[in-house]
Design a protein around this ligand. Structure first.
Ligand SMILES: [Zn+2]
Length: 207
């Protein structure tokens, strides 16, 4: 089974983003693949528009952002495939930390549009304000090795005591607060579609 670990700062930043943002929020992250272990080393917030009822991860904004980062490397075509940005994380606010059918569709889209045919994989994390995180690894080829889900995500640096993690959380809180203010636009006018609203209500019923 593949091993995924996360740096304490990256873990705390995901928790902060989910805790501080009143709506669904999403981002990407750096993953270093070393000695068979995938280490999430950094979580990154990108400019996004969120809605009170639900949000969609804007892949176009993400691809534009990746293209910016890749400009100097002449690798705009491959985006995720050439980069170490192999993490997609997002919040379900107070809903269950489970991948929805919409999330599955996004992950499918990454596999189709953004990745190189060589060794393509992506880590996805969904979390909520109750502190639950679910992590999955999608290996797109071979298809048979597709998905592995994890409920625990061990820290790659440490050990950390509870107190140390709490201190790190509060030390990084002002930074995340200003990042959210800068990057996240909250709109009350969500573009609605019955399909997405149905999905939202079924998620609420489960809690
Ligand atoms: Zn989701």
């Amino acid at each position: 089974m593949a091993i995924i670990k996360i740096k304490a700062e990256a873990r705390v930043d995901i928790a902060l983003a989910i805790d501080l943002c009143p709506v669904e929020i999403s981002g990407i992250g750096e993953v270093v693949f070393e000695d068979g272990i995938r280490h999430i080393t950094e979580t990154i917030l990108i400019p996004q528009k969120c809605f009170y009822e639900y949000t969609t991860f804007d892949w176009e904004a993400f691809l534009r952002y990746s293209a910016e980062l890749n400009k100097r490397r002449m690798a705009t075509r491959s985006l995720l495939g050439t980069s170490t940005k192999r993490l997609w994380w997002h919040s379900h606010v107070r809903g269950q930390a489970e991948f929805s059918s919409k999330d599955e569709a996004y992950i499918e889209q990454v596999s189709r549009d953004a990745l190189l045919p060589f060794n393509p994989w992506l880590i996805s994390i969904v979390g909520n304000k109750h502190g639950v995180l679910t992590t999955r690894l999608d290996v797109f080829r071979p298809k048979s090795a597709r998905t592995t889900e994890y409920t625990r995500l061990p820290l790659s640096d440490g050990p950390y005591t509870r107190e140390m993690l709490r201190d790190l959380y509060y030390a990084r809180l002002p930074r995340m607060k200003s990042l959210i203010e800068e990057m996240v636009t909250i709109s009350a006018d969500a573009p609605r579609s019955s399909w997405e609203l149905d999905e939202f209500s079924s998620r609420e019923e489960k809690t």
